[in-house]
Ligand binder design. Structure first.
Ligand code: HSE
Length: 440
């Protein structure tokens, strides 16, 4: 489908073409049409500042400079995307962009946690937006969830696994008994770790993110210097094993809690009951639980680092900024996420044409050959059985529950198979059907 917009595209400048910068460029290019339909205007990368090329991103056709200030001072650029990291050059870039009246999107948690108060004050004076969704938990839109989705609530507490590298290390130690240093090296090679990996393993990166979350949850200024930070470097495999024997998992958690006396703001290794959802967040994944007085507990889960997950949040912020740049209220956040005149006419499938895997429970008489009949009904219709489990006959009716898991198949075909199963003399009552999605 071709999109056409009467307004000129918004021009953005990307400062920094590392993991996140490269991902941002790629996502903007690949999804340009859909992003424009959401934003109401095209988004064009007018210039990139990079010290070196990124082999995972083809920037041909886009002007590239080594000088970040050339981007910041480029009169064509409406929005500066700061993806340099750190507190020094990044801070100058952001402050200069604001002085120049440009909106800013950044993924820089350290910058926001440490200098955010000053940056936001100046941005307010100049009437520009500074957006930072990508600064916390990579691809998880948790800033938006707290700032907008939970705006009715008095937030009581939040707890998060907000450093992918640390969580990856703990998960590998627990699951594979691997050594700390070895796993850290792998996280660095995968591009998850900070330039200075002590930021990850000593909890500094998590504390940056927790500081930001606490401010938007409780309405307090950013106070990174007051966060308690303890790392995971002293944990041993034996700790992990003992915690396991007690029914717990060890996670490096950031906790922010409102009490009568004040707000707790702390990052440290924590035992969590193994059956909590958040205890089962493994590898580089992040999760944040937020407890509000109206919504109760909500949980946000996803990739907390990496090229495109983080780019996903950078680009979402860009879309928000573009929507807010127009004075036309109809172009603010659209009710259905896409601009009303950009809704697609793609049809909704009837359930018969939907496809999924299935759990089937068949109540069968305990006769030889019943399983074979069931299997042949499925195979005749091209339905692949993944596993079969037969339980003991229930005493009161002598029926044997037969549980089958199938591979994915169109619902129509399964309707047909179930009708045939229910028609068998040796099958009693209705077949129980539950759809299965791996959500991988
Ligand atoms: N080093 C960070 C992490 C990157 O491992 O989570 C994302 O902020």
């Amino acid at each position: 489908m071709m999109e056409s917009f009467s307004v000129k595209p918004v021009k953005v400048g990307i400062c920094g073409l590392g993991t996140v910068g490269g991902g941002t460029y790629n996502v903007l290019k690949r999804n340009a049409g859909e992003i424009a339909r959401r934003a109401g205007r095209g988004i064009e990368v007018a210039q990139i500042a990079a010290r070196r090329p990124n082999s995972r991103c083809d920037t041909s056709g886009t002007p590239v400079t080594a000088d970040v200030f050339a981007v910041v001072n480029n009169p064509e650029v409406d929005i500066v995307i700061e993806l340099i990291g750190g507190y020094t050059v990044a801070r100058e870039v952001v402050m200069q962009a604001i002085e120049n009246g440009k909106h800013v999107v950044t993924a820089n948690k350290a910058l926001i946690a440490v200098h955010g108060n000053e940056i936001f004050a100046r941005a307010r004076d100049k009437g520009v937006i500074v957006a930072f969704e990508a600064a916390v938990a990579g691809g998880i839109p948790v800033i938006k969830a707290i700032r907008e989705g939970l705006s009715a609530n008095r937030i009581n507490w939040l707890a998060g696994i907000i450093n992918g590298t640390g969580n990856f290390i703990l998960s590998e130690m627990r699951e594979k008994g691997r050594a700390f240093a070895d796993v850290l090296k792998e996280a660095q090679a995968l591009g998850y770790a900070e330039a200075d990996p002590t930021f990850d393993v000593e909890g500094i990166d998590a504390a940056h993110k927790l500081t930001i979350l606490a401010s938007i949850a409780f309405g307090i200024p950013l106070q990174f210097d007051k966060a308690y930070t303890e790392g995971i470097t002293r944990l041993t495999s034996a700790d992990v094993t003992y915690a396991e024997a007690l029914g717990y998992r060890i996670k490096h958690l950031g906790v922010a809690r409102r009490t009568d006396k004040g707000i707790e703001l702390r990052v440290h290794p924590t035992l969590i009951p193994a059956d909590r959802l958040i205890a089962n967040v493994n590898g580089v994944m992040n999760a944040v639980m937020v407890n509000g007085d109206a919504a109760g507990s909500t949980l946000y889960y996803g990739a907390g680092a990496g090229m495109e997950p983080t780019a996903s949040s950078v680009v979402a912020d860009l879309v928000d900024v573009v929507r807010a740049m127009t004075t036309d209220p109809e172009n603010r956040v659209p009710h259905l996420a896409f601009q009303p005149d950009e809704l697609s006419d793609h049809p909704i499938l009837p359930i018969a044409q939907c496809e999924s895997a299935y759990y089937l429970r068949v109540q069968a008489k305990d006769h030889p050959g019943v399983l074979a009949q069931v299997a042949s009904i499925l195979s005749e219709r091209g339905i692949n059985i993944e596993s079969v489990m037969q339980k003991e006959a229930e005493e009161h009716d002598g029926l044997v529950p037969m549980i089958l898991l199938t591979h994915r198949v169109a619902e129509q075909r399964m309707d047909d198979a179930i009708a045939a199963l229910e028609a068998l003399d040796d099958v009693a009552g209705q077949v129980m059907r539950i759809r299965v999605e791996q959500l991988a």
